[in-house]
Design a protein around this ligand. Sequence first.
Ligand code: RNT
Ligand code: ZN
Length: 418
Amino acid sequence: MSRYESAKEIYARYGIDTDKAMETLKNVPISLHCWQGDDVRGFDTDPNKPLTGGIQTTGNYPGRARTPEELMADIDEVLKLVPGKVKLNIHACYAIFDDENPWVDRDKLEPKHFKKWVDFCKKRGIGCDFNPTFFSHPKCDPLTLSSPNEETRKFWIDHGKACIRISEYFAEELGEPCIMNIWTGDGFKDIPADRQGPRERYRDSIDQILSEPFDFNKVKPCVESKVFGIGVEAYTVGSAEFALSYAAMNKSKCIPLMDNGHYHPTEVVSDKIPALLTFFPEIALHVTRPIRWDSDHVVLFDDETREIAKEIVRCGGLDGRVKIALDYFDASINRISAWTVGFRNIEKALLFALLERKDLKEMQDSYNFSKLMVAQEELKTLPFGDIWNEYCKRSNAPADGEWFSEVEKYEKEILVKR
Ligand code: RNT
Ligand code: ZN
């Protein structure tokens, strides 16, 4: 009997169908963020400029992608190493300019500046999500959509509208809805004198962006909240209450997005998922790993990632109600490895969650908490690794223990030569 056959039998004793779990997971799109490959620099501004908006990459591991070709080659490498259904996630600053389509500023971006990304996705049979880039640009004054300077604000509103059109282009070309996430780092380092003004302007700016006509079945605009960023510690315009209220008041054209690095360290997004799903038909997530702050470490197979995955599964989120994207950037280790580890881990966490006993809820509802604790604890040491390796095999992806040598080879042959 193979290891998988034996593991399958063990899970079956608890009424868990391992084949069904794998079948379900393989159709769930997970957005792979292009920005892990080049430390969030993009191609539309000076690559040596600082990253702004309160986010930070640290480290200078060799091999950062410097061109669209390099970034695409690196993404292809990751695609070889991960199981499951990948969707790409592109930021507007990754527009591709050439002789035929020379550089334009962000307010003038058009679908044609992303045609090479569309071709890339088409060839690989994957969808694509999109993000306006409201940071790391000379027109951050430093505020963007909440700026008191009307010229600045208009520039960024026009950028947002351009991104709606580009998102619709992605959705139409690729036949999968495009999640378009609005996040700004707007905020203040120290105690402001006016907390409401910037929020009123931010609200009006999002209203204007979303007044651009689009089909909500194709483009899913989100608003992502945040507690604070580096350099903007005292006040964030797009706070949790702001973003959630915006989405709640504009349900027909917008969904809320939670990034699990964007809350106080004792708050957990796993608990917020069912709270939001009680009211919103759809929500979006950025899965990351905060250490003490929004540090954007590589996603691990850790307790909170598993808890997030469990809540997604338990709430029926895999049917499309929960849009799952990765969002982290580590420049201190091999970037292909960082991407691959994080992607494999969100897949792992979801598979682990799909292999939960279905009678746990009954134990809770009959207040049998002793049994519930024992059952939950024992699930942790079932032969999950054998199911995971089988899932990788069925997805034509390498099993654990079989892929890192490929990353080392790619580093030696390609990355260190950059
Ligand atoms: C920043 C937000 C945001 C960005 C990306 C690059 O704190 O999480 O989602 O990480 O847009
Ligand atoms: Zn995020």
